[in-house]
Design a protein around this ligand. Structure first.
Ligand code: SF4
Length: 63
């Protein structure tokens, strides 16, 4: 799966606590910092569900 963080991000840090796929960058918002392997997908889905502003989007049609 592939995801991106959109402009809704408020930098709350919830996703970074759930998965190290996400890090807060110098702008104070989250970004995806690595490829998501299969064993990380559950955590990434959990991060999507737990983001308070729905800022994490799955990019469909890509692995
Ligand atoms: S959980 Fe959502 S709002 Fe919080 S840092 Fe991650 S993407 Fe941004």
């Amino acid at each position: 799966m592939k995801v991106k963080v959109n402009e809704n991000c408020i930098g709350c840090g919830a996703c970074t606590a759930i998965s190290d796929v996400f890090e807060i960058n110098d702008n104070g918002t989250a970004e995806v910092v690595k490829e998501i392997d299969e064993k990380e997908e559950d955590d990434v889905r959990s991060a999507i569900e737990n983001c308070p502003v729905e800022a994490i989007e799955e990019i469909k049609g890509e692995n």
